[in-house]
Write a protein that binds this ligand. Sequence first.
Ligand code: 5GP
Length: 192
Amino acid sequence: MNALETMILDKGLVLEGGILKVDMFLNHQIEPKLIMAMGRDFHEHFKDKPITKVLTVEASGIPIAMATALEFDVPVVFAKKGRHKNVGNDVYTSQVYSYTKGESYEINILKKYLTADDRVLFVDDFLANGAAAKGIIDIIGQAGASLLGIGIAIEKGFQDGGALLRGMGVDLYSLAIIDRMEPGKITLREHD
Ligand code: 5GP
């Protein structure tokens, strides 16, 4: 069992509606050693790929993307949520339905930070139905860049995102996969 899986079982809180609260180590308070280990783990899995950029979505994906990008020695670009005045109009845009908030939001990446030469690793904290990943794949397509892989901290295996992305032929690597959860009980998928 890796450090993230141990932390999920020790500290994760299952809320009603299929939401796992991990803000004591990942989403609000952040445990740096755990995040850095996650970056090394993603690097170990994807190291043979010529990644030029790690992409994520603000805010929770940023520390994990940083730790991963440090190992590859490439920049991180995070998609911004909503159209802020300081983002400008020269952006690639996609709509994402938020599973946790129950509403759609726009994600934007400035065109100058994602080009047709980029070979992207997308990293995020959770995979549920794959809406965020689909939005990022849409933006990568608009830029003419290529997606080489997706690294997820916590995949909720009982939702559709994993099957959707693997079915598209994406190299999807999740550090922890939750097969089932209910308040007080989390069942992780076994692996070697
Ligand atoms: P998806 O886009 O795959 O449907 O959902 C993934 C996104 O929703 C993640 O970026 C994450 O922010 C949020 N999310 C989905 N499920 C959970 C959950 O169980 N707990 C938390 N904290 N966030 C979640």
